[in-house]
Design a protein around this ligand. Structure first.
Ligand code: AP5
Ligand code: MG
Length: 213
């Protein structure tokens, strides 16, 4: 099964994709994580996209589409995947339809106020992408990753200015992707305003309904 997770910044795409991937064996493909790995490793791609991402803008379609197309040809995704953060423009959605099949699109809905609450308290373990929240999902030891014990960081694009930019980019460029998939009857809305466990339970039930009996 191939699933796309859509939703505003901070909606919980990464958190939910990680859970579903763990339970189902589907591969979790996050374009944001791929870009951040490249920035951390100071690759040519990382240097090209750092300023764009830190400012809350979108990386150009051409570059992003090629990256995803290559990723979806790798061996570990052949049993199915969860795309987190792609597509986020209509051109990306159209391109994806030419090289892959999408079975289901899950749209995580939250208010702008909740976006700010979630992003301002987010902490991440940069190596693995594991995500915490100081209030809603704290690590066992404050400021440290549960698995490795290494320090957690705040993402460079989680400052107030970049968050506002990401929200407005989402409304202008990514909301048309919602209409694109709704028209094709692939999209299911999920109210993602509850706790992490409550939202995960809803998604679990939804996926169970999709499985052939
Ligand atoms: P990306 O990494 O995709 O960022 P985003 O879309 O802004 O989404 P986030 O990762 O911020 O949020 P999330 O929905 O994953 O929420 P999370 O689970 O972490 O992209 C970053 C940048 O890369 C883009 O701005 C762009 O520049 C570039 N880029 C990426 N893809 C691109 C593309 N296709 N085209 C062009 N450019 C692209 O949760 C957030 C917080 O809330 C966490 O602290 C978490 O613990 C907490 N939380 C989660 N769920 C709940 C809950 N139910 N209740 C309470 N707290 C919760
Ligand atoms: Mg994410």
């Amino acid at each position: 099964m191939n699933i796309v997770f859509l939703g505003p910044p901070g909606a919980g795409k990464g958190t939910m994709a990680e859970r579903v991937a763990d339970e189902s064996g589907l591969a979790h493909v996050s374009t944001g994580d791929i870009f951040r790995d490249n920035i951390r490793n100071e690759t040519e791609l990382g240097r090209a996209v750092k300023e764009i991402i830190d400012g809350g803008h979108l990386v150009p379609d051409e570059l992003t589409i090629e990256l995803v197309q290559d990723r979806l040809h790798e061996a570990d995704v052949q049993l199915g995947w969860i795309l987190d953060g792609f597509p986020r423009t209509r051109s990306q959605a159209e391109a994806l339809s030419e090289f892959a099949r999408v079975d289901l699109v899950i749209l995580l809905n939250i208010s702008d106020e909740e976006v700010i609450r979630r992003l301002s308290g987010r902490r991440v373990h940069p190596e693995s992408g594991r995500t915490y929240h100081v209030q809603f999902n704290p690590p066992a030891k404050e400021g440290h990753d549960d698995v490795t014990g290494e320090p957690l960081i705040t993402r460079d694009d989680d400052d107030e200015h970049a968050i506002q930019m990401r929200l407005s980019v989402y409304k202008e460029q990514t909301e048309p992707v919602i209409a694109y998939y709704r028209k094709r009857k692939l999209l299911v809305d999920v109210d993602a305003s509850g706790t992490i466990d409550a939202v995960a339970t809803k998604i679990h039930a939804l996926l169970k309904k999709q499985q052939p009996s």
